[in-house]
Design a protein around this ligand. Structure first.
Ligand code: SF4
Length: 183
């Protein structure tokens, strides 16, 4: 493969092997961090800074605003549809990535969400393909989970911040609910 690809990144650890795989496949990779789903703000900053660290070390150019954190938009987006919140959360992030990719004349766009074993992989792939349709900027699907173990080891070796929950307050609650019961 060849061409310019805009990679939506959710955090540093998920970006490492994803970037490597895309580069190995011949893409010119640029990275974009857009994740209003990460709560609270301090957690957002930690993940964003980890992402920047990885891009710096791997010599990947970052585009898009880094000071944008519109969590209100995210809450409006999922309000009263919490049961289906991941679909709306993915859609918002992919739509924003596709929009930027089209404006920037990219050949492809994709996301590090396809790296995580904890995400709804097939739903993300389906959403990306549907959004791209037959337009100029294609959705690039790859099962980046093949680099899962290596990505974990390398992120630890780099001393990167590694998050303990997906991002939103709902996921934080699910992650730590057991501790409340035990206390
Ligand atoms: S669990 Fe993760 S993917 Fe689902 S809504 Fe929360 S942050 Fe988004």
């Amino acid at each position: 493969m060849s061409g310019r690809i805009l990679l939506h990144c959710c955090c540093g650890p998920c970006s490492i092997t994803t970037i490597d795989i895309l580069k190995d496949q011949g893409f010119e990779v640029l990275a974009f961090f857009y994740n209003p789903n990460i709560h609270p703000l301090q957690e957002y900053v930690r993940r964003r800074d980890g992402f920047l660290e990885v891009c710096g070390r791997m010599d990947v150019k970052v585009i898009g605003r880094l000071d944008e954190y519109d969590s209100k938009r995210w809450f409006r987006n999922v309000a009263f549809r919490e049961e289906n919140r991941c679909f709306h959360c993915y859609a918002d992030r992919l739509e924003r990535t596709l929009s930027l990719a089209r404006r920037g004349g990219f050949d492809y766009f994709t996301t590090t969400l396809l790296y995580s074993k904890f995400q709804k992989h097939l739903k993300i792939a389906e959403l990306g393909r549907d959004m791209a349709g037959s337009g100029k900027c294609e959705f690039y699907y790859h099962d980046f989970r093949e680099g899962w173990k290596e990505g974990i080891e390398r992120s630890k070796a780099m001393g990167l911040y590694r998050q303990q929950y997906c991002g939103c307050l709902f996921s934080e609650n699910e992650r730590y609910a057991g501790e409340l019961e035990r206390s």
